[in-house]
Design a protein around this ligand. Structure first.
Ligand code: UTP
Length: 416
């Protein structure tokens, strides 16, 4: 033990993080061990590198951005049935799994608990988890199968998520048979001096590594292996916060097969050229998503010969992957984006500091940064009112909030 502690002290000294042991002696044996284990797994070189990045401005100016082709689900005409039949056969054969990313912190919504447990205020008072589960069950019924469901949680919300499911008898699903939970990766949070924060429990303050962590965690947690055992070939990945997410879509699957692509994504057309959303594009010839902050006003307003926006297909985090693509993406690290957040921590004296403004950096990978791994992907434009009802903010924001999601949900399901 002492030897291990000495080794760790040397590492910490090398990286200027000696403060991580400031409160070591005040911890009980279990926490002492936990802290040492945590420190041993930290990639300090990466943390240093990420800290240096917080001082740099990311420049994309050299990238060649061009529009991405897309299909409109409502203008497929004769092809619609053809695609649908291809997809239906695959679903019937049990080749599709659904993955729900529920590891986010949901800070904007401000709900006390995992976002998936949130009740958007329907008469049924169903949680976001139950609404998505309902849709999976309904689709499964059409095909006489149960669509395997994989749920990504974070270290922070895993326990509460599983307890919630247990309490609700897994909404009729069967844990470890057709319902699987896995925990995403996390990274330490650092202050503006590059020092790793210590949380209230005396352990390293870590935060989930973004929805881009999905690929690596699906592979590392053995979920892709499990999928293969179940005969799954296609994986639909969406967030927990879109209560209209259509996870079982034979048309999208048929398009992927027909076009021989391993990734097929859904889009909704931008509400207006200035809407602050990421849109599909090609970056240096490869599929990508460009943030609203990265495109000029001229690009945002440019239209094709039919009057459609050239950069108008919003990425709505509803994407279909061939399992091989997931495995490939899980092998290559993604870049981390920096978020400046409020994070409570223990100061030098062991006093808890609860800041009222951002004080720390959190590092997140974005799912769409992996799109460049493939040469081609399909984009399918769907109707916003049919497939996109996000719950991002509290009602006071007035947009993408429980109230707007509830109205969209009710309208789509004829509950009004
Ligand atoms: P958002 O980026 O909107 O984040 O996630 P969020 O955590 O829900 O909310 P804020 O930004 O803290 O307010 C989009 C989807 O990706 C999942 C979220 O759970 C949500 O379904 N996600 C995000 C993860 O699963 N893990 C992450 O690390 C981040």
């Amino acid at each position: 033990m002492n030897e291990k502690l000495e080794e760790i002290k040397t590492i910490l000294k090398k990286y200027g993080q000696e403060h991580l042991l400031n409160h070591y002696e005040t911890l009980d044996e279990v926490h002492k061990q936990k802290l040492l284990n945590q420190i041993e797994t930290i990639n300090f070189e990466l943390i240093n590198h990420l800290y240096q990045n917080t001082k740099k401005e990311i420049k994309y100016n050299d990238d060649k951005i061009t529009p991405m082709e897309y299909l409109d689900k409502n203008k497929l005409y004769d092809d619609y049935k053809r695609y649908e039949n291809i997809g239906k056969k695959l679903i019937q054969e049990g080749k599709l799994a659904a993955v729900t990313m529920a590891g986010g912190q949901g800070t904007r919504l401000g709900h006390n608990g995992p976002k998936g447990t949130y009740d958007i205020g329907l008469d049924s008072h169903k949680s976001l988890f139950e609404l998505l589960c309902d849709s999976l069950k309904e689709e499964g019924k059409k095909y006489g199968i149960t669509i395997p469901w994989f749920i990504m949680t974070s270290q922070e919300n895993n326990k509460a998520t599983i307890e919630f499911f247990e309490k609700n008898k897994y909404f009729g699903y069967q844990k470890d048979k057709n319902l699987f939970f896995f925990i995403q990766g996390e990274l330490p949070m650092i202050d503006t001096e590059g020092k790793i924060l210590i949380g209230e429990d005396g352990l390293i303050k870590q935060a989930a590594d973004g929805h881009g962590g999905i690929y690596e965690s699906l592979v590392k947690s053995g979920m892709t292996k499990k999928m293969r055992e179940l005969g799954v070939e296609w994986v639909f990945i969406a967030g927990i916060d879109n209560c209209l997410a259509k996870m079982v879509d034979p048309v999208l699957m048929g398009i992927a097969v027909d076009k021989s692509v391993t990734v097929a994504c859904k889009s909704v057309v931008k509400a207006n050229p200035k809407e602050k959303v990421g849109v599909f594009c090609k970056r240096n010839g490869k599929p990508s998503v460009i943030e609203y902050s990265e495109i000029t006003e001229e690009m945002a307003e440019a239209c094709d010969e039919n009057g459609e926006l050239l950069y108008g297909e919003s990425h709505i985090l509803c994407n279909l992957f061939n399992i091989e693509a997931v495995e490939r993406m899980g092998k290559n690290p993604l870049p981390y984006h920096i978020a400046y957040k409020k994070a409570s921590y223990l100061d030098k004296e062991g006093k808890l500091v609860v800041p009222d403004s951002p004080n720390a950096y959190k590092f997140e990978a974005f799912l769409f940064d992996a799109f460049g791994e493939v040469d081609e992907m399909a984009v399918l434009r769907v109707k916003r009112e049919e497939e996109f009802a996000p719950v991002k903010n509290a009602d006071s924001a007035g947009v993408d909030c429980p109230k707007t999601a509830r109205e969209l949900y009710k309208k789509f399901h004829n509950l009004v």
